[in-house]
Design a protein around this ligand. Structure first.
Ligand code: URA
Length: 204
């Protein structure tokens, strides 16, 4: 799919979320839908948990304090926000920034899968346990962070194999020195994973 076809298809998914009134309670309390941002042609998609206050105000994912840290980490591996695609599992801000509920994650999962089907990334970086457990139900983020796993996503008429990299959530690591360093160390794995996937023999 071309860049503009991908953007068009993503826009259809965005409109469908609004039309379907996914999680009407969240829709009522949130200012707006926070769908996604970045390059739909990127090989890397970052998935967070849900918009916070700044994201709810701007309509863009990861633009508050956690987003600034995410931008800094991207820079450490030579990437900018505009080089990757960023979204969340839950696309409306939960009231008072509470954790997303299991049924909210379940309701939004088909739309996230559609986003991935359109973008066709090689690597999906799950930021935090809420995003990671959508793909790996038995995920234990404290043990599994920084361990890339090959997983296959099944769509109606085809499959897509990706590498899922579960990481700590940047907001959790922001004010915790050792978690922050762990997250930076895990981030440093991303270029190696991409390089390995670009070579002929892949063995992750
Ligand atoms: N935290 C998230 O998980 N997502 C955002 O978009 C912002 C903060």
């Amino acid at each position: 799919m071309s860049y503009s076809d991908k953007n068009k298809a993503l826009e259809e998914v965005r409109v469908e979320i609004i039309k379907d009134h996914v999680c009407p309670e969240l829709e009522n309390t949130a200012t707006q839908l926070v769908f996604g941002d970045g390059d739909p042609n990127s090989d890397i998609v970052f998935i967070g948990e849900a918009p916070g206050k700044s994201e709810d105000e701007t309509g863009l994912p990861f633009v508050g304090a956690a987003g600034k840290f995410l931008n800094e980490m991207l820079e450490t591996i030579g990437l900018k926000r505009s080089n990757v695609y960023i979204t969340n599992i839950v696309k409306y801000r939960p009231p008072s920034n509470r954790d997303p509920l299991p049924e909210e994650k379940k309701a939004f999962l088909p739309y996230l899968q559609r986003q991935l089907e359109i973008i066709q990334p090689k690597v999906v970086v799950a930021l935090g346990r809420h995003a990671g457990s959508c793909f790996l139900p038995d995920l234990h983020i404290s043990q599994d962070h920084g361990h890339p796993k090959r997983i296959t996503l099944a769509f109606s008429d085809h499959k897509l194999t990706i590498v899922l990299l579960p990481l700590f959530h940047p907001a959790a690591a922001l004010y915790n020195g050792s978690m922050r360093q762990t997250l930076l160390d895990d981030f440093a794995l991303i270029p190696g994973i991409i390089n390995k996937l670009s070579s002929v023999t892949v063995s992750i």
